[in-house]
Design a protein around this ligand. Structure first.
Ligand code: MLC
Ligand code: AMP
Length: 504
């Protein structure tokens, strides 16, 4: 028996004294040291009684130990559930309850509030702080540096990642060991990752991009990464001459272009820049090439599928497109009304099938059935077309979704909070262009007859319920929302009306 994910990404590095993580203070953590720490954490999980298949919810700052917790879950056969550090207690309570997590790992700062949630749900709680201190590591340090890897099958669950939906209720996307491993191995080949690569890692590690793309590719290639706590422009500019590759959301690239220190010389040592999670404007692609001589490689993925398409490493990286389906991934454009495949050139919904596609939504069979067809094709909710050369273009979304700085925001979730406020008849939340985040959130409020709602008080409620990145940047009050003859709110009209609000 074996454990494909652990063996394929972590176990292959047993005994290697080559660097894995390069930290900003100059410290280098070798593959061997990293595996020792993760084995110690795996021993803690076993000692506190966790069993294979149990869920481990982690809301922790980015640190080597946080990454070792992910490895430990793989080794112990636990399902890893990373959570955005910006989530509020309200948001977290739902994820923890819905997933039935047996263990919550959180920063010491959140222990009190999450402790109550844990108690109510019968989960255990351990702390892990940004500097690696806390109850988890205090116990781990006394543990053996090896752990008998738990047997798993490729189809067993490795991770849950929560993704919101148009109804406002988040869904736990169930990712298997094979989903993660196969995608990482494919990307290593496609993007020519090798042991001597050094990835500049400034993404968060609670989402697909930073964890399953950037980190898993580094692991599968046996290479190393400059592991930064977050995207900090000064640190990224300082670290770039030591790196060979970088992965980022478009905001990373527009911020770099906005800084005069980002020059051709600074990027001379780099061999690859990858962008994804949100549309990269063609003009950013062009400006980037003019400044550095590098063409950014844009790829397309999502939580439920990992990566689906990529521009070619060799060959033309075409601005405004997301390239070709990855080897092993089938992609078709279908008519949203009847699911029939459309000819190339026509716009329709993007569907994908392959070893990368998730197993379904945790305990939500109806939602799974609505999006994942019996024949294995997943309806992404993105609208696109395939051009005459086979490049996939994403032209819009068939789902009410805002992507701000690479984070997904579902308007329904915010509308539900706004609609609950005193004096509010209804609301519509839309995404409008933003120079830094690509898109940002605008809330449109319609007051009840004669009421004049207090928008400051509304923002207090919003702050309490929702993570900062979901907060409307502005609230606008209107007498009524534009509707079509069927009574449906026409968000496109609102988007048009307010498209210039944050851009000149
Ligand atoms: C931070 N803020 C955001 C925000 N990030 N607001 C809207 N959208 C965001 N993305 C808030 C901060 O809390 C702060 O609030 C204010 O905005 C400005 O802070 P900042 O210092 O400028 O934010 P910063 O820390 O620099 O973060 C911006 C960012 C970060 C772009 C670096 O959001 C980021 O790392 N994004 C990457 C997201 C990602 O990994 N997505 C992958 C999903 S996986 P205040 O109150 O101080 O003003 C996926 C699949 C796939 O989509 O295909 O990859
Ligand atoms: P998430 O659910 O966070 O995984 O976000 C996935 C969504 O991000 C996709 O369904 C797309 O709408 C969007 N996305 C990811 N990569 C790209 C890209 N390169 N261009 C445009 N949209 C993208």
């Amino acid at each position: 028996m074996a454990n494909p994910l652990y063996d394929g990404l972590f176990g292959i590095h047993a005994g290697k004294t080559t660097p894995f993580l390069r930290l900003l203070d100059g410290q280098v953590i070798t593959h061997q040291d990293f595996l020792a720490t993760s084995a110690q954490i795996a021993n803690v999980t076993a000692q506190i009684g966790l069993k294979p298949g149990d869920r481990v919810a982690a809301q922790v700052e980015k640190s080597p130990e946080a990454l070792a917790l992910y490895a430990a879950c793989a080794q112990a056969g636990l399902v890893f559930l990373p959570l955005n550090t910006a989530y509020t207690v309200d948001e977290l309570s739902y994820f923890i309850e819905n997933s039935g997590a047996s263990l919550i790992v959180c920063d010491g700062k959140s222990e009190e509030k999450l402790g109550e949630v844990a108690k109510g749900l019968g989960a255990q709680i351990e702390t892990l702080n940004a500097d690696g201190t806390g109850t988890l590591m205090a116990q781990a340090q006394a543990m053996p540096v090896s752990f008998a890897t738990v047997d798993r099958k490729g189809d067993d669950l490795a991770a849950f990642l929560y993704t919101s939906g148009t109804t406002g209720r988040s869904k736990g996307a169930m990712l298997t060991q094979n989903n993660l491993l196969s995608n990482a191995q494919t990307l290593v080949k496609e993007w020519r990752f090798a042991a001597d690569d050094v990835l500049l890692h400034a993404l968060p590690i609670f989402h697909t991009h930073g964890l399953f793309v950037a980190t898993n590719v580094t692991l599968a290639a046996g290479s190393s990464m400059i592991f930064m706590p977050k995207f900090d422009l000064d640190q990224v500019i300082e670290g770039m001459p030591e790196a060979t590759t970088m992965m980022g959301v478009p905001t990373f690239y527009t911020r770099l272009l906005g800084d005069a220190r980002f020059t051709r010389d600074l990027a001379a040592h780099m061999r690859l820049f990858v962008s994804g999670s949100a549309p990269l404007l063609a003009e950013t692609h062009v400006q980037f090439e003019e400044r550095t001589g590098h063409r950014i490689l844009e790829r397309y993925g999502m939580t439920e599928t990992n990566m689906n398409t990529s521009n070619p490493f060799d060959g033309e990286r075409r601005a405004g497109t997301v390239g070709f389906p990855l080897p092993g991934v089938e992609l078709k454009i279908t008519n949203p009304d009847n699911g029939e495949t459309l000819p190339d050139g026509e716009v329709g919904q993007i569907e994908v099938r392959g070893p990368n596609v998730f197993k379904g939504y945790w305990q939500m069979p109806e939602k799974t059935a609505a999006e994942l067809r019996e024949d294995g094709f997943f309806i992404t909710g993105d609208l696109g077309k395939i051009d005459e050369d086979g490049y996939v273009h994403i032209v819009g979304r068939n789902k009410d979704l805002i992507i701000s700085g690479g984070y997904n925001i579902y308007p329904k979730e915010i509308e539900m909070v706004l609609d609950d406020q005193p004096g509010v008849l209804e609301s519509a939340v839309i995404g409008v262009p933003h120079p830094d985040f690509g898109e940002t959130v605008l809330g449109v409020i319609v007051p009840e007859n004669g009421a004049s709602p207090d928008t400051d008080a509304m923002m207090v409620s919003v702050r309490q319920s929702l993570a900062r990145f979901k907060h409307p940047r502005e609230l606008v009050v209107l007498d009524e929302l534009p509707r079509n003859t069927m009574g449906k709110v026409q968000k496109n009209i609102l988007r048009e009306q307010y498209q210039g609000m944050f851009v000149s």
